[in-house]
Design a protein around this ligand. Structure first.
Ligand code: NAP
Length: 308
C-alpha cells in the first residue's frame, strides 16, 4: 500500500484530510509540529527518512490574515520559503513520486484573472506581498525540479478562501466565515448582537475544506497530475447570503445587524476553474447551507477548545 505523508496534520486542511482518509486506500501519516519544525532542514530530512513516503501532501505553512501579514511580512516570507524549499527538495532526492504543495490565490497579480497561467504575470496584492512571493516560489521550485530531477507528478495546488471544521476562529484575523461563526456563537450564547461589517453586498468565493481535501485525495490516484491546479469555490455568495444562512443554521432568533459605517472589504474576482472541471467534470461541491451547518456545529460542540 502506498504511504502518504500529510504535513500540517493539525491544521484546517490537514485535519480534514485525516477525517476523510478512512475512505481511501493508502497508509497515511499525519505530521504536526511535534514531529519536527519544517523550517529546520534536519527535521525535514528526518521526517522523510523515518517514514519514506511514496506521496507527500504538504499543507503546513505559516498562515494568517491581512493584519498578521502586515505585522510580520518577514516571518511570513522566511518561514514559508524555508519549509517549502526543504520539503520539495528532500522529497525529490528521497524519490517521493507525487507531491502536492499548497500555494494560495493571493499569488495572482492584482486585477488579473485568477487562472493558473497568470501566476507570475505581475505583482501580487501589496498587503501580503511577502507571503505571496514565498508561495509563488513553490511553483518555480516545482518547475525547476521537474526539469532537473524529472519529478513529473509534483503539483502546486492554488486554493481559494477555505473554511470549515478546525479553522482558525480568531475574531481579528479577517477570515470572513470563521470570524462570522465565532461572532454568531457569541451572539447566540452570550447575548451579543450579531453584527456584520458593511452592507452585506460584497461578493466572495468560498471553498469548504472537505471539498479541497476530496479533490486532493482523488488526485493521489491519478496517473498524471497537472503542474498547477487552482481549486476554489465554484459559486460566489454575498456576505449577506453567508450571514443569513448562518443565522438559519445556528437557529439564531434575532435579526442580523449590518454596520454600514465599517468597510465592506476588497472587491472579489472569480476563479477560472476550467482545468479543475476538465479533470473532475462530475465533482459536486458541498452546498453553502450544509457546509456552514457542519462548520458552525463543530465550533459550537468544541468551544472553547478551538483554534483562536
Ligand atoms: N485557509 C485558507 O483559506 C487558505 C487559503 C489559501 C491557501 N491556503 C494554504 O493551504 C495550506 C493549508 O492551510 P490551512 O488553512 O490548513 O493552514 P493552518 O490551519 O494554519 O495549518 C497549517 C499547519 O502548519 C503547521 N505549521 C506551521 N509552521 C510549521 C512549522 N514550521 N513546522 C511544522 N508545522 C508547521 C501549523 O502548526 P501550528 O498550528 O503548530 O502552527 C498548522 O497545523 C497552507 O499552505 C496555506 O497557505 C490556505
Amino acid at each position: 500500500m502506498k504511504k502518504v505523508l500529510v504535513t500540517g496534520g493539525g491544521g484546517l486542511v490537514g485535519s480534514s484530510i485525516e477525517r476523510l482518509s478512512k475512505y481511501y486506500d493508502y497508509d497515511f501519516i499525519f505530521s504536526s509540529r511535534k514531529d519536527g519544525d519544517l523550517c529546520v532542514e534536519r527535521d525535514v530530512k528526518n521526517l522523510l527518512f523515518k517514514y519514506k513516503p511514496n506521496y507527500v501532501i504538504h499543507t503546513a505553512a505559516k498562515v494568517g490574515g491581512i493584519a498578521g501579514n502586515l505585522a510580520a511580512q518577514a516571518d511570513y516570507f522566511y518561514q514559508n520559503l524555508l519549509m517549502n524549499a526543504y520539503m520539495i527538495h528532500h522529497s525529490a532526492v528521497n524519490n517521493v513520486e507525487k507531491l502536492f504543495a499548497f500555494t494560495s490565490v493571493c499569488v495572482f497579480p492584482d486585477g488579473k484573472e485568477m487562472e493558473e497561467s497568470n501566476m507570475h504575470t505581475g505583482p501580487p496584492f501589496e498587503a501580503n506581498f511577502a507571503y505571496a512571493h514565498a508561495k509563488r516560489m513553490v511553483d518555480v521550485q516545482i518547475r525547476a525540479y521537474k526539469d532537473q530531477y524529472k519529478v513529473n507528478n509534483y503539483c502546486s495546488i492554488i486554493p481559494g478562501n477555505i473554511f470549515g471544521e478546525n479553522d482558525l476562529f480568531d475574531l481579528a484575523s479577517g477570515h470572513v466565515i470563521p470570524s462570522l461563526i465565532h461572532k454568531m456563537y457569541k451572539a447566540k450564547h452570550e447575548g451579543e448582537d450579531f453584527v456584520v461589517w458593511g452592507d452585506g453586498s460584497a461578493i466572495r468565493e468560498f471553498l469548504y475544506v472537505d471539498d479541497i481535501s476530496r479533490i486532493i485525495l482523488e488526485l493521489l490516484g491519478e496517473e498524471d497530475v497537472p503542474e498547477r491546479l487552482l481549486i476554489s469555490g465554484e459559486t460566489q455568495y454575498s456576505i449577506k447570503e453567508i450571514a443569513e444562512t448562518l443565522k438559519e443554521v445556528a437557529e439564531y432568533p434575532r435579526e442580523v445587524i449590518y454596520d454600514t459605517s465599517k468597510p465592506k472589504g476588497q472587491a472579489s474576482r472569480k476563479s477560472n476553474l476550467t482545468l479543475l472541471r476538465s479533470l473532475f467534470p462530475d465533482f459536486e461541491f458541498t452546498n453553502l447551507k450544509d457546509s456552514l451547518a457542519k462548520s458552525y456545529l463543530w465550533f459550537e460542540n468544541n468551544y472553547p477548545n478551538v483554534r483562536l
